[in-house]
Design a protein around this ligand. Structure first.
Ligand SMILES: [Ca+2]
Length: 416
């Protein structure tokens, strides 16, 4: 598996096995992660994502922070694609026989990057929280960096273990990543040269003990009451700032439908192309820890309704007061269900997918294997549940004017 992964990445650098075999001196205060002195191993396990470009071994002394070697990173990105080139280094490897993934043992991560270009470059670092495929990883950012030109830039980022613990098992962190701006170039020789060296962890005096804060109420999907829930919301916008969201306790005097807090999505007028559905979503990581992920769709799904409260603010009329709920499989390889928000107490026609103005309205649907609406067949595929549970989004197609959508109390309701 690992071997095929390397083949598919296509950028496996070739190294001369000479020169860089000094083992750096370890001390008890720090755990050296990437010294590149054994450059073949450190770089050979690296994974390049989002058109990263190239990673290779450097032995030019000017660009080495410690020892005799460093890594030359040449992030390219790709023109017109809004993704940042990312390289990550697995924190454990059976093939190379190391395991440094228990980050409860560390307080912080430190490293140095020499920016050999003539311009300032922005980047970020953190832990890979989920390896979805060879092309896609989940990330948990721990710090942002500005790389000043023609100098070494040194960084130390404290690890927030409670925060990281929400996103991955902190005793088995999959990897450490570095992400840079999309340079919009195709050839690594046109990319900036960034030299990475001396990536180490400061050892903790005693391991960090974290209890799991990710606890939901019975049948809760998201009631927006818990602080951690804010970290699992995001927007997918087809034009800039189409949607923005916040968790709040008051919008123009309107209070939550349940508890104190709720989600407010600000819709900004812009593209009106019906196909350009922008969305606000609960991430894959979040959904995979809700009850939906553990439902047996063959046996249990029909025993539950999926419900949420919704309220529209500032729409000129209620004709277009609607959102679509979309469930994705892990890695967004498959959209398993598209369900208009429906009041099932009314007949299935165009009218009742519309929420009334100026009041909270409960929308929902029953999970079932096959679901027909407006002549189209929607199917909640069993692929959605279990390890394949992906993100769930509220898609919004009407972007003709500025308005707000309030959502609260997303839950399962047992009906049988
Ligand atoms: Ca609430």
């Amino acid at each position: 598996m690992k071997f095929s992964k390397f083949l598919m990445m296509g950028f496996l650098p070739l190294f001369a096995l000479t020169g860089c075999n000094n083992t750096p001196s370890e001390n008890k205060d720090e755990t050296m992660f990437l010294s590149f002195e054994e450059g073949y191993n450190d770089l050979n396990s690296a994974v390049l994502i989002n058109y990263f470009g190239k990673a290779s071994l450097n032995t030019v002394p000017e660009f080495v922070k410690e020892g005799k070697c460093s890594a030359l990173l040449q992030p390219t990105g790709v023109y017109g694609v809004n993704r940042k080139p990312l390289i990550y280094f697995p924190l454990s490897s059976n093939l190379y026989n190391f395991n440094k993934g228990d980050i409860t043992k560390y307080d912080s991560v430190s490293f140095a990057i020499y920016n050999a270009s003539d311009r300032k470059i922005e980047g970020a670092t953190g832990f890979v929280s989920d390896v979805v495929s060879v092309y896609k990883v989940g990330t948990t950012k721990i710090g942002e960096m500005t790389l000043l030109p023609r100098q070494w830039n040194e960084f130390t980022f404290t690890i927030d273990h409670a925060y990281c613990n929400l996103f991955f098992n902190i005793q088995e962190a999959p990897g450490l990543y570095f992400e840079f701006e999309n340079m919009n170039v195709k050839d690594p020789s046109f990319a900036p040269s960034l030299y990475l060296d001396a990536v180490s962890f400061k050892n903790a005096a005693t391991p960090h003990v974290i209890h799991d804060d990710f606890v939901l109420e019975e049948n809760e999907i998201c009631d927006f009451e818990k602080d951690f829930q804010q970290y699992f919301l995001a927007c997918n916008n087809y034009f800039e700032d189409a949607l923005k969201f916040k968790i709040t306790d008051d919008v123009d005097g309107i209070k939550a439908s349940h508890g104190k807090k709720f989600l407010c999505i600000d819709v900004k007028a812009g593209s009106v192309a019906w196909a350009d559905w922008s969305s606000t979503f609960l991430t894959e990581r979040y959904m995979s820890r809700t009850k939906i992920a553990s439902l047996d769709l063959e046996e249990e799904a029909s025993q539950y309704r999926f419900e949420y409260d919704i309220r529209f603010v500032g729409t000129p009329n209620s004709d277009n007061n609607r959102v679509v709920t979309r469930f994705m499989t892990r890695g967004e390889t498959k959209s398993t269900l598209v369900v208009p928000c429906i009041d099932e107490s009314k007949p299935l026609d165009q009218e009742n997918i519309v929420a009334p103005e100026n009041e909270w309205c409960t929308m929902g649907f029953t999970f079932c294997k096959n679901y027909t609406f407006a002549g189209q067949n929607y199917c909640l595929d069993t692929n959605f549940t279990g390890v394949n549970t992906g993100k769930m989004e509220f898609s919004i197609g009407d972007l003709e004017y500025d308005y707000k959508i309030l959502i609260d109390n997303i839950k399962l309701v047992k009906i049988a």
